[in-house]
Unconditional design. Structure first.
Length: 352
């Protein structure tokens, strides 16, 4: 009697990608491959959660890089403003900033950027409609705007991190102090974003998954919550990319990414509800790992854009996204490589 064949590891079914390769492919394939969701459901919610944590961490690092790069660029303009006498000496003591004379100072304004110092309360925030980047120092807070992402940091927190009280900003000392300030603010932003993206974002997706699952259940879908949240976690990928691309052309509103998340989930559920609810290995051939490499230029451009935005970035990023989508669709028609039939044990025979 021949020994029974071993059962494939559910984390990496026979012929499928390894967990590491699967997570790497997840940065691209959920945008263009309905089959990725079906295979993802079959591989379980544990791998989906692992992927989401890696993806959310990557998003956090890119967002933090964007804030740090914006602060570093602002530092050069601020130093020049001090040298030219356009900004008075600032004193920050016990979390409160003061300038003499006490009036608003516009350091720079134009080309989508805004930088100002106002300890009087006349300027309360940065206009996110007019400006893509900006920095505003008020009496008690530091406001930062970086391509749609708005952060407000209390000055007292910066003083605690810098362990300096009072802080005096003038031309001779602004460069060294701004470098320390940039590191401190970047650290605070990183901590806030880690909490927001790894925990709050996950909780939000779990809540939305429950609502969407109830809705599609009325239309005949009978999958469990584990299958549903796998779809929700992978659907975060196209929601992030599309929200970013729409933001480049000035189309953005509060809750846009959340709305996109729901739309993508509904599309996946309603376009293949039966296979999502009851995934079938026979109808789901293995994923070709090399196809996900097609999206590498677009992902690299996202990181470079966060570090240092270039001219015509909306055109470049939309073109890259379009080329990537077209290439993935065209290559999807290439049939997967067939695996060889298993060789029967010695002395056995293959039944027709």
């Amino acid at each position: 009697m021949n020994a029974p064949s071993p059962t494939p590891d559910p984390a990496a079914p026979s012929g499928e990608l390894s967990p590491l390769a699967w997570i790497a492919a997840g940065f691209v394939m959920p945008c263009f491959s309905p089959g990725y969701y079906r295979r993802g459901v079959r591989r379980g919610s544990g791998l989906a959660i692992g992927f989401f944590m890696v993806f959310a961490l990557a998003v956090t690092l890119v967002q933090t890089l964007r804030v740090g790069a914006s602060l570093a660029a602002a530092g050069g303009g601020l130093r020049q403003a001090f040298i030219e006498g356009r900004v008075p000496t600032l004193t920050i003591q016990s979390g409160v900033a003061a300038s003499e004379p006490a009036r608003p100072f516009i350091v720079s304004e134009g080309s989508g950027q805004f930088m100002a110092i106002d300890t009087t309360g006349a300027i309360r925030g940065i206009d996110r409609v007019r400006y893509a980047q900006g920095m505003l120092l008020t009496r008690t807070e530091l406001h930062l705007l970086s391509r749609g992402e708005y952060q407000v940091v209390p000055i007292i927190q910066l003083q605690q991190l810098l362990q300096a009280d009072p802080i005096v900003l003038d031309a001779p000392r602004v460069a060294a102090l701004w470098q320390r300030l940039t590191l401190a603010v970047t650290g605070i932003v990183l901590g806030v974003l880690l909490l927001a993206n790894l925990l709050v974002w996950f909780i939000f997706i779990a809540i939305v998954t429950g609502l969407v699952r109830a809705l599609v259940g009325l239309l005949g879908w009978r999958g469990g919550f584990g299958e549903a949240i796998s779809v929700g976690l992978y659907a975060a990928v196209p929601a992030v990319y599309v929200a970013y691309l729409l933001g480049l052309v000035g189309f953005k509103f509060t809750g846009m990414q959340a709305l996109l998340q729901i739309v993508f989930m509904l599309v996946v559920f309603l376009s293949g509800a039966g296979e999502i609810a009851q995934p079938n290995v026979v109808t789901q051939p293995p994923l070709s790992a090399w196809r996900s490499l097609i999206g590498a230029p677009f992902l690299a451009a996202l990181v470079l854009d966060a570090a240092s935005p270039w001219p015509y970035r909306p055109i470049v990023m939309w073109a890259l996204a379009g080329i990537t989508a077209l290439a993935l669709v065209l290559f999807s028609y290439i049939p997967p490589k067939k695996t060889a039939s298993p060789v029967p044990p010695s002395g056995g025979e293959v039944k027709p």
